[in-house]
Ligand binder design. Structure first.
Ligand SMILES: Cc1cc2nc3c(=O)[nH]c(=O)nc-3n(C[C@H](O)[C@H](O)[C@H](O)COP(=O)(O)O)c2cc1C
Length: 494
């Protein structure tokens, strides 16, 4: 039996446009396959657009979009896509300001460092806010170009300071679905409601050591946009039915469904239930309590998609039989032609999988978020302990910084992967700094926008799910690469 979404190519004409966003997840019409959001830049607009064109839900990663935009502009914006998208951004003068600061005709010299926008704090300057909004707008605008399929935006709850601006920019471009994981995204649904009603939205920032609420806000009226965006659907990415039920009942607005992610998925994973136990290799031990039971999610009564090791033709039917609407797939799409991995790195990863040389480690303490993080053991990346040791710690992007209350009452920001001395001086815990990796710089390098320091590029880092062997079945006979459409075709059984 072939499974497709209601939005397959033949039904493009009847699909919702930005002006008429879906208001509920209509199980008969909503795509059965969600392409997982993959940061930094792995699920960029090219991948999301390719997946949406196949009638499935293409998802743009909302992580570090300001860095992606400004660095790609400094690489000359080959093809002019970003400049074309920026021309549609509705806040007057913003596109010109961004282009005059970051665009380099023909691209910067290869060895020259990138100019980096300011780190985003709880009180960002107006120019920073506009840059973040414009970068989210451009990514969603491009992902939606040339088709009527649905496009989603993925955010990590842990990355709070730019969240309001990213959401607003994405909504201005007509994003259809917002998906948020890595934390408990209670506040996001209400924010989407506020923006859709043209109201000022507030977000309470998590601040270590603070009992006083610290709020970030965004008032659409301040940005004088002529457009009133529609309210996208909201899917929370969870791994426990208790958390899902809690979100359904207590979130600040409507939750439309869940992506249920198991610990085999690429990227960050939820920590194991109960006290953290590690194997001799330092990997978290997951037990029976961590096993996803679809029946428990079905009882909640909202649509859900299963994620983590589902990129197998039979698995979509299996998920549907278990009560799920479909599946979310990351790793399989991460290595297709349209994904944002730097091309030579992508080719190396694919050939090491085909040669059966790749392995994946779940690192308990590499990510500054504190969540377990899957690391592909690819040579010449930060996964190599010698390369990790040789890299001098530097924190100049600050996407994963933690906000903390300073002794003088002010708000400070620190990252457990920053230079240890400065982390400790900010009251950081020495144990937390051990083995931490700078995901900001290394994941940017994986997407081909690594910073140059003294003529050398930052080392990349690759995350993939445990189920990476599946890519073999997507590569057509006689080829060494595959497309997003190949993945969709195999998974839907067409
Ligand atoms: C390269 C890569 C990056 C990822 N980054 C994110 C991310 O930024 N946010 C997120 O919610 N999930 C992220 N994920 C998880 C995927 O969205 C998806 O849920 C997961 O990959 C599904 O499991 P699979 O890898 O077995 O298909 C990432 C996965 C990969 C492979």
């Amino acid at each position: 039996m072939a499974l497709t979404g209601g939005y397959c190519e033949s039904k493009l004409d009847s699909m919702p446009s930005a002006a008429s966003l879906p208001t509920t997840v209509d199980a008969g019409n909503f795509p059965p396959i969600i392409q997982g959001g993959m940061g930094v830049g792995i699920s960029g607009w090219k991948l999301a657009r390719a997946v949406s064109r196949c009638g499935q839900l293409g998802v743009v990663s909302g992580t570090a979009l300001d860095l992606l935009l400004t660095r790609r502009l400094q690489q000359g914006d080959p093809g002019g896509d970003l400049r074309r998208a920026l021309r549609h951004f509705p806040l007057p003068g913003t596109a010109e300001r961004i282009l005059s600061r970051y665009f380099i005709e023909g691209g910067k010299p290869a060895a020259a460092p990138f100019r980096t926008p300011p780190m985003i704090s709880h009180r960002p300057a107006k120019a920073t806010r506009e840059l973040v909004m414009a970068s989210a707008f451009a990514a969603i605008h491009l992902a939606k170009e040339g088709h009527d399929g649905l496009v989603g935006l993925n955010l990590l709850e842990k990355i709070q300071t730019p969240a309001l601006d990213v959401l607003f920019g994405a909504m201005l471009a007509g994003v259809d679905v917002v998906l948020v994981g890595a934390g408990i995204p209670r506040q996001i649904p209400g924010i989407l409601d506020d923006f859709a009603e043209g109201r000022r939205a507030e977000m309470r920032l998590d601040v270590t050591g603070s009992t006083e609420p610290v709020l970030i806000d965004l008032d659409p009226a301040r940005f004088m946009t002529p457009r009133q965006p529609g309210r996208p659907l909201f899917l929370a990415i969870v791994s426990s039915p208790v958390l899902a039920e809690n979100l359904r009942r207590k979130a600040s607005g409507r939750v439309d469904g869940f992506v249920v992610e198991s610990a085999t998925a690429g990227g960050h994973n939820a920590p194991p239930r109960g006290p953290m136990q590690l194997t001799d290799e330092g990997e978290p031990v997951y037990g029976l309590r961590d096993h996803v039971e679809p029946g428990k999610f079905a009882k909640i009564g909202l649509p859900f998609w299963l994620a983590g090791g589902y990129a197998d033709p039979g698995k979509l039917l299996e998920a549907r039989a278990a009560g799920a609407n479909g599946i979310q797939v990351g790793t399989a799409f991460a290595l297709c032609e349209e994904s944002g991995f730097e091309p030579a790195l992508k080719a190396r990863i694919i050939s090491s999988i085909l040669d059966r040389k790749l392995s994946i480690r779940t690192a308990a303490n590499a990510s500054p978020t504190g969540f377990p993080f899957k690391i592909a053991q690819v040579p010449d990346t930060l996964a190599d302990s010698a390369i990790y040791r040789d890299r001098a710690r530097v924190c100049d992007l600050g996407v994963l910084r933690e906000a903390y209350r300073k002794p003088d009452g002010g708000i400070g920001f620190r990252c457990s992967a920053e230079p240890v001395d400065s982390y400790l001086a900010k009251g950081g815990d020495a144990e937390k700094a051990l083995g931490r990796m700078c995901l900001c710089n290394s994941l940017c390098a994986s997407a081909g926008i690594g910073q140059m320091r003294g003529g050398c590029e930052e080392p990349p880092l690759v995350t993939l799910g445990d189920d990476f062997e599946v890519i073999r079945r997507f590569i057509p006979h006689g080829r060494s690469t595959y497309t997003a459409a190949d993945v969709v075709r195999v998974l839907t059984g067409e």
